[in-house]
Design a protein around this ligand. Structure first.
Ligand SMILES: Cc1cc2nc3c(=O)[nH]c(=O)nc-3n(C[C@H](O)[C@H](O)[C@H](O)COP(=O)(O)OP(=O)(O)OC[C@H]3O[C@@H](n4cnc5c(N)ncnc54)[C@H](O)[C@@H]3O)c2cc1C
Length: 462
């Protein structure tokens, strides 16, 4: 094996990719194919398909696929949706530029795309858009297997069963040179840790939806990507802008508020609301979602009247985040040696994003980050050994989440006003972050919760 395992607990590689969703696998493939001599290691908590890319309940994904002559219209539409969040026009344009290559990449994997009777790809309008330029493929386990096989064929070493609990830096805010991985399961000798030394690290850790009590993200996410990126000092944007879906409380079946019966001042907004599944920020039809939220009972349930199905009990469920580490056109974060892509990276979407835009950004910036990391890793030496070898504290895998998730659900929904109770919850999170005795995982979860509740404080253009 080309990857050097220096002993049972230390592994040396050139590029470490954290997370095996669409973004992480795309980054690993790009790194492996652009510099075949380099060692690429992909760390993933789950062996089976997981996360929102490969285990989402639709068993399908749509991707915006603008053709070169649609690039200007795509860019203008995506930027129009960005306020009150921040989107960098350079990154949005990069999505449009890379879309044909991303589509070719997926077609090359032989995925089951939906097609017209003529055999051509069927095009759909994504959420927030009336222009049919998104393609859809079914069969996420097949997609996962195809990407994993391609990565392995390029020599990428896949380390399953470990999650990253810290990024290695020689000094706070300094070059990222590895990560502390911790096994998800106990072995007879306790919980195994793996210190990975790398020339650079690509974070593809997914989004914050697992932090919430009500959620429809794919299973297997940690929810603490924002905390991990924050701990390294990466600049973050749009962390307060999650996508929320209204679902039936019992079945979690999706219900669009535009299908509900509304009194006259709000009724005219229903048609506009039908154009997108997630809640919106800054658009007039957000008034419907805020009206529903104001009617929440103590259990978070809203009784609503559907036009055809009568009375329904609805709850608001976290779907995906639009925020993350602000990256540049090469997937670089503000911290040297640290790249980010997929749902933990931002700047290519603002507060709202086009339906199918995340798959495009996971592939486009996954590929860009993987290539740039390979280029950087070819030219830099390993740094001095950083100080990250301390074992994590006691296992807190479920303890904090039992308290955190209901709190996030109560205080982290759109339109929640500031209150002493919200302040108290945030103060408790700050204490967990500051306290030296806090378990690493708890600290990351608390930090991620704060990133959502406090927001990034960045609005408008960069
Ligand atoms: C039901 C549903 C339908 C969707 N449909 C669409 C769609 O049609 N089009 C679209 O554009 N978007 C869609 N999205 C959003 C999109 O699927 C996700 O945002 C995108 O797939 C995220 O990809 P990712 O690789 O960044 O994250 P994920 O696919 O979530 O992968 C994250 C990976 O990181 C791993 N991980 C987490 N924490 C750690 C850690 N500490 N250390 C190591 N690894 C870690 C996870 O186990 C996982 O392997 C949908 C989302 C949902 C929930």
């Amino acid at each position: 094996m080309r990857h050097a395992r220096l002993n049972q607990n230390i592994l040396e590689t050139d590029i470490l990719v954290l997370g095996a969703g669409l973004a992480g696998l795309r980054a690993a493939i790009a790194a492996g194919s652009s510099a075949p001599g380099l060692r690429v290691t992909l760390a993933s908590p789950q062996r089976r398909p997981s996360g929102s890319s490969f285990a989402n309940r639709n068993n399908a994904l749509g991707m915006q696929a603008p053709t070169p002559d649609q690039a200007d219209a795509f860019t203008a539409e995506a930027l129009r949706l960005a306020a009150p969040g921040l989107a960098d026009p350079t990154l949005v344009r990069a999505l449009a530029e890379d879309a044909p290559a991303c589509l070719d990449f997926l077609l090359g994997l032989g995925l089951a795309f939906r097609r017209e009777p003529s055999g051509s790809l069927r095009l759909f309008p994504g959420c927030f858009s009336s222009i049919p330029r998104a393609v859809v493929f079914d069969g996420l386990a097949q997609a996962h297997a195809a990407l994993l096989a391609q990565a392995r064929g390029l020599g990428v070493e896949v380390v399953h069963g470990f999650e990253a609990l810290g990024l290695a830096q020689e000094e706070p805010g300094g070059h990222v040179s590895g990560a502390l991985l911790c096994a998800l399961r106990n072995s007879p000798k306790g919980r195994q840790t793996l210190n990975v030394r790398a020339r650079c690290v690509v974070a593809a850790l997914g989004g914050p939806a697992p932090l919430f009590a009500r959620r429809i993200c794919g299973p297997g996410g940690s929810g603490f990507s924002y905390g991990l990126l924050a701990s390294a000092g990466a600049r973050r944007v749009n962390t307060e802008f999650l996508q929320w879906f209204w679902v039936e409380a019992a079945s979690l079946a999706f219900v669009n508020p535009g299908e509900l019966i509304w009194p006259s001042p709000l009724a005219p907004l229903a048609a506009e609301r039908l154009q997108h599944c997630p809640t919106a920020f800054g658009l007039p039809d957000a008034a419907l979602d805020l009206a529903l939220l104001s009617r929440q009972g103590p259990d978070g349930i809203v009784r609503a009247e559907h036009r055809e199905r009568g009375a329904l009990d609805l709850v608001l469920a976290a779907h995906a985040g639009n925020g993350g580490a602000l990256i540049d056109a090469h997937g670089r974060t503000s911290v040297a040696g640290l790249y980010a892509c997929g749902e933990c990276a931002s700047g290519m979407h603002g507060a709202n994003r086009l339906g199918g835009g995340m798959v495009l950004s996971a592939l486009a910036f996954g590929a860009r980050a993987g290539r740039a990391a390979a280029e950087e890793a070819s030219g830099i030496a390993f740094g001095a050994r950083p100080d990250w070898c301390a074992a994590p504290g006691a296992d807190a895998r479920t303890g904090l989440l039992r308290w955190l998730r209901p709190g996030m659900q109560r205080f982290g929904l759109p339109g929640v006003v500031h209150s002493p109770a919200r302040q108290g919850f945030m103060d408790r999170l700050r204490t967990l972050v500051a306290h030296a005795q806090t378990d690493r995982r708890e600290r990351l979860l608390a930090r991620s919760g704060l990133a959502v509740l406090e927001g990034s404080g960045q609005t408008g253009q960069p």
